[in-house]
Ligand binder design. Sequence first.
Ligand SMILES: Cc1cc2nc3c(=O)[nH]c(=O)nc-3n(C[C@H](O)[C@H](O)[C@H](O)COP(=O)(O)OP(=O)(O)OC[C@H]3O[C@@H](n4cnc5c(N)ncnc54)[C@H](O)[C@@H]3O)c2cc1C
Length: 381
Amino acid sequence: MFGFTLPSELLAAKERAHTFAEKIMRPVSRKYDETGEWATDVYQAAFDFGYLQAMVPEDCGGPGASQLEEVVVCEELAWGCAGLYTSIMANGLAMTPVLIAGSPEQKKKWLGMIAEEPKFAAFSLSEPNAGSDAGGMTCRAEKRGDKYIINGTKCYCTNGGYADWYTLFCSTDPTKGARGASCIVVPRDTPGLVVGKALDKMGQRASNQVELYFNDAEVPVENLLAKEGMGFIIAMKTLDQTRAAVAAGGVGVARAAFEVALDYAKTRIQFGAPIFANQAISFMLADMAKKIEASRLLTWQAAWMTDNNIKNSKQSAIAKTFATDTAMEVTTDAVQILGGNGYSRDYLVEKFMRDAKLLQIYEGTNQIQRLVIAKEIQQGN
Ligand SMILES: Cc1cc2nc3c(=O)[nH]c(=O)nc-3n(C[C@H](O)[C@H](O)[C@H](O)COP(=O)(O)OP(=O)(O)OC[C@H]3O[C@@H](n4cnc5c(N)ncnc54)[C@H](O)[C@@H]3O)c2cc1C
């Protein structure tokens, strides 16, 4: 069956998520943007609504949401506040390596924990000297008896300051480069793990990012996911899946800015007429509407492919790039349409613009997404 409308259960999920975004996120989004504090009240509510643990499968006690449901919900959450959305969405990012490569026991243990109460996990791939070139990681795990001894530094770990466990990507065989990388679940209370201070950011200030320092940190060997050497593949498979949720974030932020700009253009009178009457303004809004709709369809496609076990490296990179570049353009144009008011903190569009920028950077920059797309089309995919 082919169609472009959502089935009734997803329409209901979208409406429910919109209510959550409007009633719980929007009223506090400015406060958490200004203070950068951890929004415990919002995350408790996000747990009550089933969003923090959305990706936990039913047999581990969670709702077992599909990727399509995840992106439909994420669009609404990012509409509410992109910083709070990132905290919630990144829980799914951190859990995905366990979903992809964990044994049934590992899934029950680590994912089950997230389903029981509001808890966070954090995905830790980036290092100070290995960002886009993640395969160049130097954080090292050495097997000694029944333990891995971990040494190194990780950075930009979203939710890292509040996480109970980390999906850590590190090298178990430095002679093999990316093929020597492994993924190990590291509990927060691991001796030798020190969590750094929170990053001070331009936007999405409600979200938390920290550095992690490993100094002879000891983790049991049973925390390894799959086999040694599978880490880079697990990371890439994870990102293929989760980039659709970042694209959905782009759609949500863009839509939020578009709504404010459209309303303003229809009511702001200059030269005796609403500014919408100027083609320079109405065409800007038409372009926004056009790109938001295209972004949403690309996002749904990438998520639908994951749900149907179809390889989607190209489509998720296209969706992420298109939707987040759209979010940057739309939020910048929304500031322009509001003129001086757009630049003022009295309106939210300046926040939307700051928040949008991060979407072009994390989970692989949009330059790296273009590299992925180029490689895929070169191979005829
Ligand atoms: C707020 C925030 C949250 C984050 N959350 C997480 C997280 O939860 N977990 C995690 O592991 N990481 C996270 N990251 C890290 C993020 O994924 C990296 O910042 C990103 O991958 C880029 O790496 P880098 O910052 O080292 O930039 P670099 O890799 O140094 O890149 C700098 C610039 O060069 C460009 N560039 C690099 N190589 C190429 C190339 N071959 N061709 C063209 N252009 C290139 C990049 O696109 C970029 O514009 C987060 C980052 C931020 C800022």
